[in-house]
Design a protein. Structure first.
Ligand SMILES: NC(=O)c1ccc[n+]([C@@H]2O[C@H](COP(=O)([O-])OP(=O)(O)OC[C@H]3O[C@@H](n4cnc5c(N)ncnc54)[C@H](OP(=O)(O)O)[C@@H]3O)[C@@H](O)[C@H]2O)c1
Length: 351
């Protein structure tokens, strides 16, 4: 069937970065009958609660953007939570939708499903062709299970359960807590704080810390902020310290482009019932972290020094998705990296 006007769409994870962008996009396209539940209202790991929810709500289409998500540190520290919660959320929502007779569902996966030593750019055919990156293997295994669950239901039950594998996302709704943020929000915040320090605007630094969480000690040191955030050291030129060499290549997609891709796929893509039902979503273009940082530095307007701490790991040298399949389906991203970064910085300043 697909996504068609007038449908009642359940967006699981609507307060998350991706779920919120999908809700905005659905609303912009005239889908006003959107069903949402917070984690507190409906714990998707609870099979009975999810089953009751589907039994009582009339829903035509499901977007599964709820997941336990985190960076390397969280994945490494809490592997059991990552595999358990994601498997449960997926299994409950996918099976609940099927039991209710819902034909259409979109599952959000991740590019970490591909093997650690995957040829670049990473094509859909590379799934299950090698060992996964050990640090997030439990999370990746759950995501692969989600894809395979959708494909199995399509094959056996004739559903149209599709999956999309986003590259690194950034934009409105991103997490700016420096302890666990992704690359782009971390760099944006570091440059912004350094700019405020060079303007000796202590009040705005303190406001930023209240809004976006504690500033780690090494960043305070770099910008000359006292340990208790109450003063700026005199005569210190603020500098920004970035992790790694700056030479690792990464791909970044604006979250509004991701939302647009989700709707495009839901409306237009109907793979055969026995064919793979997942697509990569990215820009198909990567840049070095150093290049991205330089773009952000210019947008933020920081004129001081940037230092690369090469003692910190770079991670995989290159990670880029092969996006030819989704491009062949008629989808292209709208935002250039520059325009997307400007938009992300504006959101950061306003929230
Ligand atoms: N952000 C990225 O760069 C990126 C990249 C690739 C793939 N993805 C994928 O995109 C999806 C969404 O990611 P995101 O960045 O939007 O994550 P996010 O901001 O952390 O949001 C996750 C959402 O899931 C909900 N949730 C988590 N556990 C739940 C539970 N047990 N019951 C009900 N709701 C629960 C949360 O609800 P509450 O807000 O109510 O707590 C939250 O709204 C994930 O599948 C992720 O793997 C994201």
């Amino acid at each position: 069937m697909g996504l068609i006007p007038g449908q009642r769409v359940y967006v699981a994870g609507h307060r998350g970065m991706v779920g919120a962008a999908i809700v905005r996009k659905l609303q912009a396209e005239g889908f006003n009958d959107i069903v949402t539940r917070t984690h507190h209202e409906l714990d998707l790991t609870n099979q009975a609660a999810v089953s009751d929810f589907f039994a009582t709500e009339a829903i035509d289409n499901v977007v599964l953007a709820a997941a336990k998500v985190g960076g390397i540190h969280a994945n490494n520290s809490y592997p059991a939570e990552f595999i358990y919660q994601n498997l449960m959320i997926q299994a409950n929502v996918i099976h609940g939708a099927y039991k209710k007779g819902i034909k259409d569902l979109l599952f959000l996966g991740s590019s970490c499903i591909y093997p650690k030593l995957c040829p670049q750019p990473m094509a859909e055919e590379s799934l299950l062709s090698g060992y996964l990156e050990p640090t997030n293997e439990p999370y990746a295994v759950a995501k692969i299970a989600g894809i395979k669950m959708c494909e199995s239901y399509n094959r056996q039950y004739g559903t149209r359960y599709l999956s999309v594998m986003p590259t690194n996302l950034y934009g409105p709704g991103d997490n700016y807590h420096l302890e666990n943020s992704h690359v782009i929000p971390a760099i944006i915040r570091k440059y912004h704080l350094a700019k405020l320090a060079s303007e000796r605007d202590l009040e705005s630094i303190q406001d930023d810390e209240k809004k976006y969480g504690a500033i780690p000690a090494d960043i305070k040191k770099g910008i000359g902020l006292s340990a208790d955030s109450t003063s700026l050291l005199p005569q210190q030129e603020p500098k920004v310290v970035l992790w790694g060499s700056g030479r690792a290549c990464r791909e970044f997609l604006h979250v509004d482009d991701m939302a647009a891709a989700c709707l495009h796929v839901m409306k237009n893509w109907s793979p055969a019932a026995d064919a793979p039902s997942f697509l990569n979503v990215g820009t198909g273009v990567d840049a070095t972290i150093g290049e991205v940082a330089e773009q952000i530095r210019r947008i933020v307007g920081f004129t001081g020094e940037t230092v690369y701490d090469a003692s910190k790991p770079d991670g995989t040298p290159r990670k880029l998705l092969d996006t030819r399949r989704i491009n062949d389906q008629g989808w292209q991203p709208f935002f250039s990296l520059d325009a997307g970064l400007k938009n992300a910085y504006e959101w950061y300043l306003q929230h």
